[in-house]
Structure formats: structure tokens, C-alpha cells
Design a protein around this ligand. Structure first.
Ligand code: PLP
Length: 375
């Protein structure tokens, strides 16, 4: 006889890693709302409200604004698969894990990825991006990560967007970590495609990827020579379910739509400007406290993400042991370094509901003890 399987037991954690972040009880409660059908008029109304609130959070009037079913990577794949056709040259900024993933996604969609690299921890150099745009004939798109979660670097977007458009290219931005925590101005910065994820600054469980397309991007979608290679992520079909026609494409993840509905209500109740200011203030508080422990930020001032603080592990400190003490003895999750930054940095997330004074104080206290107790 095999052992009985017990009901779930999950310890309470304070989530201060690269995501997921803490979720407000109102969002968890919304997820336990009874199901209705995915074409029930009640649900269709909820969908419209979700799209409307996403437009406010993305700061856009774009009609095609909806949550893709899937995590942030599904948003990334939707953006690339719908905009890139076989043979298209695409300039991709690569200064961390997610830029690398974007370049790989472009190649898998048949595009020709022209990578512009920067050292991990540094932003892209606009003049190198300009050079790359001018090195190919008719670049289809310029794709960059706004908030590189693997390095804690904030990439300024406005200048790059203007550059892309002056070469007749679409401008695509990964806003998975930035949306809801720092300004993302889709219309003002003329971003053609922006996608995100729910589990970072929107403080919702992982499972949906908000996306928005400008008129120019929708035109490019409708003018494609080849069908989108992914049936599931084909926005020309998905827009007919989220738009007025209500044509069945796939069964919407109903409970996740309830969750994002409540999470977006919370974001808008707080107000975007207040939320951005809270993220910045909590990051300042954290960095001030860390400095006194000899823990300093990786990115240069002016390029630091408030919601994902990448900090250098001090010389002689066993970084994995500190993380494990934080998790097992203090119930606090923080992130490790990736790729070339493995073993060299910690990534401390202060995203959405996690960005509070109480979280910062608890983390600083735990980190001080963990660093004193292990070497
Ligand atoms: N892009 C960025 C900048 C991310 O930080 C992440 C996840 O951390 C992703 C894309 C992929 O999102 P997901 O892990 O939800 O698929």
C-alpha cells in the first residue's frame, strides 16, 4: 500500500524574490468566486472591464489590449510570433536572461535576430542600437526589455522607440517586471507592442500575460504574408473572442480573469503615480539599510529598478547559505544571480504588495542575522 497523499500544506513565505510577489487577500478571494461559462454575458462583461483597466495601467487607448492565457513568456512569444515573419530582420537588445530569451524566440519564429549586447548590469547603448538598425535593410522591429529582472537594470525606452520608428521598425517592449511599479507610457512613448505578466508589480498569481498592440502593430498583424506559426497565440483569432464578435478560440482561464480583475482594481484604487512612488520609496529605504550592511547595488544610479534590487554579495559571504537561512529560518524568499551574475548578486524584489516598509524592515533584520551567522 502506498502512503496516503495529504492535503496541501504550504508555509507562509514573505516573497521578496524576482516574482511571484505577495498577493492581496482580495485577489485570492476573487479566485474562489464560483465559475461561469466563458461565453456567459456576466463573464463577457468582466472581460471588457479587465481590458479597460489594462488600458489604464498601460496608459493607452489601444483597442487590442487583453490578457494572454499563460505566463509572461506567453506574452513574449505572442508579441514575437504575431509581429515577426520568416526572414524578418529584428534588432534585439541583450543584456540579461530575458533579452537572450527574446532573441531565441525571434529565431524560433524564423526571424533573423540581430543582437545588440551590453554587459550584464549595464543598460543598452543607444548609439549601438542605432548602428544595428542601420546595418540591415528594412528592420521589422526593435525589441528590448524595459526592466531586466536578471540584472535589476531599467532601460529608458523613449529614445529607442523614436529610433525604431525613424527606421520604419515596430517598437516592442517587455514590461513584465515594470508594469504597475514604474512608469510604462505605451501611447506617449509610442510602444507598438508591450506585454507583461501578472505575478510581479500587479501582485496577482502567475498565469496571465497582459498585452497591448498599437494601430500600427494591428496593421502589421493583418498584413502578414504567412499565418502566425502559433495557433494558440494567434492574436488575429484571440482578438475576435476578446472583441465584439465573441468567437470561441480557447476556454478563458476564468478564475485567473477574476484574479486580474481584482488585482487591477487594487492598482487603480491606489493610483498609478502613488504606486510608482511607493515602489521608489521602498527601494530607497532598502538600499539605505543595505548600504549600512556593506551590500551595494549592481546597476549605476539612474538605471536601478525600484522593484528588483540587484545587489552585490559582499566579499567572503556565502550567498547561497544566506539565502537558505533567510528562507528556512525567517520565511523570506530572495533571488539568486543568474548566468554571469550567479554567486555574485542577490535579487531582492519589492513588487506590488511586497513593496512595504514592513517587508523591508523584516528583510534587513533577517539578512543582518543570516550574514552574521554564516560565512
Ligand atoms: N520577461 C521578464 C523581464 C521577466 O522577468 C520574466 C519572468 O521573470 C519573463 C519575461 C517571463 O515570465 P514568466 O516567467 O512569467 O513566463
Amino acid at each position: 500500500m502506498s502512503e496516503p497523499i495529504h492535503p496541501l500544506f504550504v508555509p507562509q513565505r514573505l516573497l521578496l524574490g524576482p516574482g511571484p510577489s505577495q498577493v492581496h487577500p482580495r485577489v485570492l478571494q476573487a479566485m474562489s468566486t464560483p465559475l461561469v461559462g466563458h461565453l456567459d454575458p456576466v463573464f463577457l462583461h468582466i472581460m471588457d472591464e479587465v481590458s479597460g483597466m489594462l488600458r489604464q495601467v498601460f496608459r493607452t487607448g489601444n483597442r487590442l489590449t487583453l490578457p494572454i492565457s499563460g505566463t509572461g513568456s506567453a506574452g513574449m512569444e505572442a508579441a514575437i510570433a504575431n509581429m515577426v515573419e520568416p526572414g524578418d530582420p529584428v534588432i534585439v537588445g541583450v543584456n540579461g536572461v530575458f533579452g537572450q530569451r527574446l532573441a531565441e524566440t525571434v529565431r524560433r519564429c524564423g526571424g533573423e535576430a540581430v543582437e545588440v549586447s551590453a554587459e550584464w548590469g549595464q543598460p543598452l547603448n543607444p548609439s549601438e542600437v542605432r548602428q544595428a538598425l542601420s546595418s540591415v535593410t528594412r528592420p521589422k522591429a526593435l525589441v528590448v526589455v524595459h526592466a531586466e529582472t536578471s540584472t535589476g537594470v531599467l532601460q529608458p525606452l523613449e529614445e529607442l522607440s523614436q529610433m525604431a520608428h525613424s527606421w520604419g521598425a515596430l517598437f516592442i517592449a517587455d514590461t513584465v517586471t515594470s508594469l504597475g511599479g514604474t512608469p510604462v507610457e505605451v501611447d506617449r512613448w509610442e510602444i507598438d507592442v508591450a506585454y507583461s505578466g501578472t505575478q510581479k508589480c500587479l501582485s496577482c498569481p502567475p498565469g496571465l500575460a497582459p498585452i497591448t498592440l498599437s494601430d500600427r502593430a494591428v496593421e502589421a498583424l493583418h498584413a502578414r504574408r504567412a499565418k502566425v506559426q502559433s495557433w494558440y497565440l494567434d492574436l488575429s483569432m484571440i482578438e475576435r473572442y476578446w472583441g465584439e464578435e465573441r468567437v470561441y478560440h480557447h476556454t478563458a482561464p476564468i478564475s485567473m480573469c477574476y484574479a486580474i480583475h481584482e488585482a487591477l482594481r487594487l492598482v487603480l484604487e491606489e493610483g498609478l503615480e502613488a504606486r510608482w512612488a511607493r515602489h521608489r520609496a521602498m527601494s530607497d529605504l532598502l538600499l539605505g539599510g543595505l548600504e549600512s550592511l556593506g551590500v551595494l547595488p549592481l546597476p549605476d544610479e539612474g538605471y536601478r529598478l525600484p522593484m528588483l534590487n540587484a545587489v552585490r554579495v559582499p566579499e567572503g559571504v556565502n550567498e547561497a547559505a544566506v539565502r537558505s537561512t533567510l528562507l528556512n529560518e525567517f520565511g523570506i524568499e530572495i533571488g539568486a544571480g543568474l548566468g554571469p551574475l550567479k554567486g555574485k548578486v542577490w535579487r531582492i524584489g519589492l513588487m506590488g504588495e511586497s513593496a512595504t516598509r514592513a517587508s523591508v524592515v523584516r528583510l534587513l533584520d533577517g539578512l543582518m542575522q543570516a550574514m552574521a551567522g554564516v560565512d
